[in-house]
Design a binder for this molecule. Sequence first.
Ligand SMILES: Cc1cc2nc3c(=O)[nH]c(=O)nc-3n(C[C@H](O)[C@H](O)[C@H](O)COP(=O)(O)O)c2cc1C
Length: 340
Amino acid sequence: MSKKPNKNRLHRHARLSCAPMMDWTDRHCRYLHRLLSRETLLYTEMVTAPALVRGGAVHLLDHDAAEHPVALQLGGSEPGELARAARLGAEAGYDEINLNCGCPSDRVQSGTFGAVLMKDAPLVAECVAAMRDAVPVEVTVKCRIGVDDQDPETVLPDFLSRIADAGCTRVIIHARKAWLQGLSPKENRDIPPLDHDLVHRIKARFPGLHVSINGGIGTLDEARRHLEAGLDGVMIGRAAYHQPSDILCAADPMIFGTGTASDPARAVRSMLPYIERHLAGGGKLHQVTRHMLGLFAGRPGARAWRRSLSEQAHLPGAGPGLVEAALDRVAPLAAAARAV
Ligand SMILES: Cc1cc2nc3c(=O)[nH]c(=O)nc-3n(C[C@H](O)[C@H](O)[C@H](O)COP(=O)(O)O)c2cc1C
């Protein structure tokens, strides 16, 4: 699991990926997700290049060897600074460096990165070229289909041609526009309409580019339909976070044709030593368990599990015993449901 993938292996892992999500896909979340699926490509939260290069915040790159294959997402728009940040990421061991061209938040816009970069394809191409020159690992881009009043049918192909010419071989397209004025980041993930068909048409126009689709995909069946229709990869965000077992437990057999479905209860048991190490290092239980609340979503005992962890994990002295006790209540229900 901790072996570093080369580009071909990474393209295979990218058949299914878990989206970068600020405050959600931190290292604890990724460790859990890796226990559920050995194959799915995982992404960090966005880390800004200025924070790494000017702020020296290299602790933001900390991750566990078990997380591979794992991609670092960077935010930035200054080619030299992004190249230095990419180098720090590659030296820290990340398998891929991804540039965020899709995030519409105000804070990010003010630093001229994220979705506003859809308006400046030549600059993005320069950034990609600088990052490619700086690192041996693959450089990829996550983008929208356009922003504001742009026409995606013309803007997106131009954007992709330019970044492909600069050496980007894989893109993830969030299949909706971002509206840079008037919508919150959360609204920008729901209100602009999805256009999955456009991403399929784009793939047909760029057969040599590895194209992953993202946005509103909620089941593995849906993911498989996109792959069968010709896309190279599917990235799932919110569904993977809120119902990790539905998306990740069957991902290896269903999407990659390897292994057997994983078991959320076994993953919880495997989290216990990790939690002990985290607490021994001065961490808090809820920092890890907040990512585990949805593990039994849709299964018997889900509500009791969620309630125990969310109400008690932040209490002083809370430790792995709390997680074990909650599991002991859920596991028999799950086993009984399987036996019916
Ligand atoms: C809480 C949250 C934080 C996010 N943070 C990022 C981020 O740091 N970088 C990024 O490219 N996209 C970010 N996104 C967008 C997701 O990566 C993804 O594109 C979006 O949620 C649509 O996919 P979904 O419908 O499968 O969730 C975030 C989404 C959520 C819900």
